[in-house]
Design a protein around this ligand. Sequence first.
Ligand SMILES: [Zn+2]
Length: 178
Amino acid sequence: MSIFGNNIFGNKATHAVADPAAEGRNAGAEGQSEQPTVNKPDAQWREELTPEEYRVLRQAGTERPYTGEYWDTHTAGVYQCRACGTELFTSNEKFDSHCGWPSFWAPLAEGTVRYIHDRTMGMDRVEVRCGTCDSHLGHVFDGEGYGTPTDQRYCINSVSLRLVPKDGAEAADATTAG
Ligand SMILES: [Zn+2]
């Protein structure tokens, strides 16, 4: 069961919910914007994701460097969260860090990702998670001297992302041939 909201629904448990829509509205009204909006039981994530996706996204694992799908990708497009589909990064902010993982100097927008202080593995790092479903994406480092606009490196696992290539950019310019 969800660890969120048990207490607010506890009172209602003895009453039949007459209006499912009202129940949904109440659930939304709880709405701390800090909480991820996509909450699924662990068993459901395990079912929906491949074992490797589950290990990285839900257990904060790390794929081996230079093995991921996107570490050396230059295709124009948008990178979505592999778990929930939220757009997180774009190819415009992707750069060649040669570290073996896809690297971005900024997320797509403020608030699309969230940050957690991570002192595991004997290091002091900032973990990056999807702001929508709270899945692990990678870590962010700054001040490394990469010469990007922010001097930050969002070091993200390929398996946490899904690239949606920008389709037919030049098609928009094509004039209609009668
Ligand atoms: Zn997500």
